[in-house]
Design a protein around this ligand. Sequence first.
Ligand SMILES: N[C@@H](CCC(=O)N[C@@H](CS)C(=O)NCC(=O)O)C(=O)O
Length: 215
Amino acid sequence: MVDYTLHNYFRSSTSVRVRIALALKNISYGYRAYALLSDEHKAAKYLQINPQGLVPSLETNEGPALTQSLAILEYLDETHPAPPLLPKDPLGRARVRALSQIIACDIHPVNNLRILQMLKSEFNADKAAIKNWFSHWVHEGFGALETRLGESDTGKFCHGDQPGMADICLFAQVLNNARFDVDMDIYPHIMRIHKTCTSLSAFKAAMPAAQIDAQ
Ligand SMILES: N[C@@H](CCC(=O)N[C@@H](CS)C(=O)NCC(=O)O)C(=O)O
């Protein structure tokens, strides 16, 4: 039997992604919180788990800790196939990975805490400038995502009628956007899917406010 410990932070959207996948697949796990604003993720002990000093990491009793949220999602999908996070057909898989990566590769990395901190400390960006930066990169990615969600493969969720990897990424990013007041009224497909996800217990359980370190 595999033991899982999730090293994460309540508000981290990449942590939200892994918490949703664990909940959808009904996998129980230990919860270890790192306060990012106090740099707990940069402590030597955590760097032994994840040399990148980023959350989340998923520790198992089978080998080295897993890092990178999308790699963790794919590992969970391969080890616990039901319910699937990716479709079976190669074209469908490529589509879902592409929708996910709009968020995970092209929006999230440039809006990560360490980037925003550097904008402030090295480039004197004030609150308004940081908000502008954050919104700019969200709109770049979400504009394209919204267009793609107009495709016929979209159903109740990003791809068909079951939630998968792209919905997980979408849901977590929309939560992040709320903290920066990003105008979401211009994204009807994204907001419809986000609302549908919000009604599912796995998504509710993964939300920041439901975590012990949110108290
Ligand atoms: N590509 C990585 C990104 C992980 C990541 O950047 N996590 C953020 C929290 S959402 C973090 O640890 N930030 C700490 C920092 O920026 O110092 C993944 O998907 O797991």
